[in-house]
Design a protein around this ligand. Structure first.
Ligand code: SAM
Length: 284
């Protein structure tokens, strides 16, 4: 899989992808990342990438021509737009036809979630356009982009941090990148297993697929730290008890921190009973 990032600050990415899993995935040839300097696609002495907004108002806007040239150089086809052509119709057609996505990072975009990341991880190529100033001339969005993505309900000064977040999140879901193929399912927002799975020795896994819940808390040595003891249940070697405790903790964390996630979560009968108990305790 390959990511192409278009930015006016290519130096921002120097170093950011040279650590841990992201570095290893590139070294193993599983993932490639290209960073493209938008100013390389300008033709004036000042290498101008922005201009004043039509209609007045604050700030500057990224001009369409350098961005169009950068996208053309990546072989991204410009859509032929008719005046009565809706963006949604175009998007459907584009997604079916190619194993790639052109994404505009934008505070106005759809929320970037683990589910979106899972879809993107199936693509051969993802192109990320980093906005700056007041944003990008909207015609770039209309002519080239498959979707606008927002990494959260706040305004960044540029799309670079958002692009790095998308690359990091998507890349670790590419098959082979995480050591344990399944570990993406077992963390926060992971998809549900059909049933509780076991390891080679028949021991139930620490949890079944997260089913859209948050992860459980983790502990390591020393057993006692800062006057707090790690939960005994994790040290007694009873895998059924450990699995059940972890599942309860997942439900508790989700209930306390992100109750909205419970609505769409894949819950078993056992989960529902645990959740009822958590609710009852919180009411008292
Ligand atoms: N005028 C824009 C608005 O109010 O939505 C904000 C522009 S922001 C200062 C500059 C650039 O940062 C945007 O074009 C976008 O690429 C990026 N950006 C800002 N917030 C973002 C977010 N939450 N998610 C993704 N990209 C974001």
């Amino acid at each position: 899989m390959r990511f192409e990032i278009i930015t006016i600050f290519p130096a921002f990415f120097a170093g950011i992808f040279e650590h841990g899993i992201v570095r290893r995935a590139q070294a193993q040839g599983l993932v490639g990342i290209g960073v493209h300097d938008l100013r390389a696609f300008t033709h004036d002495r000042h290498r101008t990438v922005d201009d004043r907004p039509f209609g007045g108002g604050e700030g500057m806007v990224l001009k369409p021509e350098p961005l169009a040239e950068a996208l053309d150089a990546l072989g991204i086809e410009r859509r032929q737009r008719e005046h009565n052509d809706t963006r949604e119709q175009h998007n459907e057609g584009t997604r079916e036809q190619k194993a790639g996505q052109v994404i505009l990072l934008s505070a106005q975009g759809k929320p970037f979630t683990q589910a979106v990341a899972r879809e993107l991880s199936k693509m051969e190529r993802v192109v990320l356009i980093c906005g700056r100033y007041e944003g990008v001339d909207e015609r770039i969005n209309e002519l080239y982009c498959d979707m606008e993505l927002s990494i959260g309900d706040y305004v960044l000064s540029g799309g670079e941090l958002a692009a790095a977040v998308v690359v990091d999140t998507v890349m670790r879901l590419v098959p082979g990148v995480l050591g344990n193929e399944a570990s993406g399912e077992f963390e926060s927002f992971g998809v549900a297993d059909a049933e509780i799975s076991t390891d080679e020795e028949g021991v139930p896994r620490s949890q079944h697929g997260a089913g859209g819940l948050l992860d459980y808390p983790h502990y390591t040595r020393p057993a006692e730290f800062g006057g707090l003891r790690a939960p005994e249940v994790l040290m007694n070697g009873d895998h059924q008890q450990i699995r059940r405790w972890r599942r309860e903790q997942q439900l508790r964390k989700t209930f306390n921190n992100r109750p909205d996630l419970l609505e769409g979560a894949a819950l078993s009968e056992e989960d529902r009973q645990l959740l009822d108990a958590i609710r009852a305790r919180s009411d008292n």
